[in-house]
Ligand binder design. Structure first.
Ligand SMILES: [Zn+2]
Length: 247
């Protein structure tokens, strides 16, 4: 299962930040709706069109990131199987989709890290046997990924961070954030892990979700070392949140 190539190594050396997903999944007659009134949000793992399965290690990062956002949404429970699916994508998907005639989707996904594909507006729209149905998250299998739960790894893209970004898109949050350190900013650096900022929380609030910001803006506990620090982190998060509200 080659997830890196000569090309991606070149990209890793030359690029300081990579596009996560451009264009964002906004406008264009999206059939997607907020799941804010649904008690459960379901997801599933799919095999890529060229046969790549999800490994146990990769799934463990998915479960961890989804548990992270699940804890912050008191009205929803995330359950494996349904509303959105996760799939590795190769050059059949991460390519320049701009072209003549009906094949012109108007976007170039060549360098994207991942895509929340939830608009039935591509070249395959309405065609039988559409290999790219709605509600799939595709991850670019040609790029160097890290599945380390404890933190980011130099020279690799942090799968945990990108999964969080795409999952929030799948909750009908189509917009991107404005600042580089926000999860919903459209690009991320190699070896960079991001935790949601208040602007990311606001994107969820705008889509109708009840959000516990302390759960989203505090860092998960990487090990026993942090047990004694959690209280302090929560206090600082609450302080920061309260101050921002007053502003
Ligand atoms: Zn995005």
């Amino acid at each position: 299962m080659p997830k890196s190539s000569v090309l991606s190594l070149v990209l890793a050396i030359t690029a300081s930040a990579a596009i996560i997903d451009v264009p964002p999944p906004s406008s264009l007659n999206s059939p997607w709706r907020s799941l804010a009134s649904d008690p459960t949000v379901t997801y599933a793992f799919k095999t890529s069109h060229d046969g790549i399965e999800w490994t146990a290690e990769e799934k463990s990062v998915v479960f961890d990131a989804i548990a992270f956002i699940d804890a912050a949404l008191p009205d929803q429970a995330f359950v494996e199987s349904g509303d959105f699916t996760l799939r590795w994508g190769g050059a059949d998907f991460f390519k320049d989709w701009r072209g003549p005639g009906f094949m012109d989707a108007g976007w170039n996904l060549t360098d994207d890290l991942a895509v929340s594909y939830k608009h039935d507006n591509g070249p395959w729209k309405g065609m039988p046997g559409n290999p790219f149905p709605n509600n799939e998250i595709y991850f670019n299998q040609s790029l160097p990924w890290s599945f380390n739960l404890g933190g980011p790894v130099a020279g690799k893209y942090d799968f945990w961070t990108i999964l969080l970004h795409e999952t929030i898109h799948m909750l009908a949050c189509d917009n991107h954030a404005e600042h580089e350190d926000e999860v919903m900013f459209p690009s991320v650096g190699l070896g960079q892990r991001k935790y949601p900022k208040l602007s990311d929380v606001q994107i969820l609030l705008n889509a109708g979700y009840t959000v516990n910001p302390a759960k989203l803006t505090s860092t998960p506990e990487p090990g026993m070392f942090w047990v004694g620090v959690v209280g302090l982190v929560l206090i600082s998060v609450r302080f920061r949140f309260g101050r921002s509200v007053q502003d």
